[in-house]
Design a protein around this ligand. Sequence first.
Ligand code: CU1
Length: 523
Amino acid sequence: MSAVMADEHHEEHPKGITRWLFTTNHKDIGTLYLFLALIMFFIGGFMALIIRAELFQPGLQVVEPQFFNSMTTMHALIMIFGVVMPAFTGLANWLIPMMVGATDMALPRMNNWSFWILPFAFTMLISTLLMDGGGPAGGWTLYPPLSLQTGTALPFVIFSIHLMGLSSIMGSINVIATILNMRAPGMTLMKMPLFVWTWLITAYLLIATMPVLAGAVTMLLTDKFFGTSFFNAAGGGDPVLFQHIFWFFGHPEVYVLILPAFGVISQIIPTFARKPLFGYSSMVYATASIAFLSFIVWAHHMFTVGMPLAGEMFFMFTTMLIAVPTGVKVFNWVATMWRGSMTFETPMLFAIGFIMMFTIGGFSGLMMAITPVDFQYHDTYFIVAHFHYVLVPGAIFSIIAAVYYWLPKWTGHMYNEKLGKLHFWLSTIFVNLTFFPMHFIGLAGMPRRIPDYSLQFVEFNQIATIGAFGFGFAQLLFLYIVLQTVRGGQKATDQVWEGAHGLEWTLASPPPYHSFTTPPEVK
Ligand code: CU1
């Protein structure tokens, strides 16, 4: 028996590259996802800097318009599918089994496959930039008829989207199977940490919507190459149909990008406030409400296509309703901090930054929900300002907060707190310098996705470009801090954050008395 086990032991721990290629270990796969996200963050960020360099002054000086459009398209696809989603999936792999008391994910081999599809998908996507006619240039939303003008690149872009979708669906099946089947005895659903809850709901959103995106892009493919007319008015089709299908995927997708962030913030705030999370069950119900509502708001992205008035009103009111559960969450985070004995280490700073700046993005979203005024904002930089506030100091800040929070757990080493705080302040100052002026130029009428602009927009564009380069360089500091911590440094203690109880990393939410049938030993 012991000889057989030793043999298996030897076989299950290959060294070098084969360890990473064939791994079925949830921690290894989590690390792979997080490193992929980090690499793609710098590639997608570099593309953003090309965009901002071109927009530093009016006229065309850095890139050709077609390449500029490719950059806006690719920057979005890479940041959404290559950074935020893989980073959250990496966190899910690392944390969900530990948080529910499982030995690994439910389907470890499929877990390996889910990850290894992605490097191929992104290599193919990026390679389209070198193809005849250049990369895709119709925006990440791929609206026809413009997207159908893309030359050789189109089928490759569509295939890479199919692969990303496949990876997301397999990842989601794994998350759901793990949470529903592998919980330790006593870990009932309403005792699960909030990060687990938010990911469970996110996984259902992904399974419901990724096939819809796959259908939409497949119809584009057949319109282009097989003579169908789904979106071609001349053949009896309707280009607006694409927008309906795309946003039926697209709006739940934006919650895929933010619900796990809500989970991360709900873990971090209680630890550094040294108080149990306020309103645990209302957090769960708010997350579920947001997920439900996300399916009936999609046409707020297309108020200007000429829908019947009743439709416009329906989508206006359902969109506004989402502010209610979101407000519950922000209230609960603030109430958790209320009279807590707070400290402000780097993860907490990023979490508080998240709450404040995500809320700015939430409120500008509410402004855009008002149908009549959206006619003014539509396709302007106001929209760009809005979604960058929810995605950069929102989703990205939550990921950075999570990395600082769990890095000592993952590596056994403590990161450099001074540099972490510097990283926070540089990021916060520059992110606002980049995106706040976009509200003003948007309201003044500057259209998005255009490489040139008229003279009255110069000053705010220059501020935004300076901010973007500052933010970009500040992330090199993040890279340095992470690599330094991975390589070594001061040993982490078992209670890095001096939290209220001994299981702070995994169980800061829900409150400890809520987490176990018998309360954990308090140190
Ligand atoms: Cu939306």
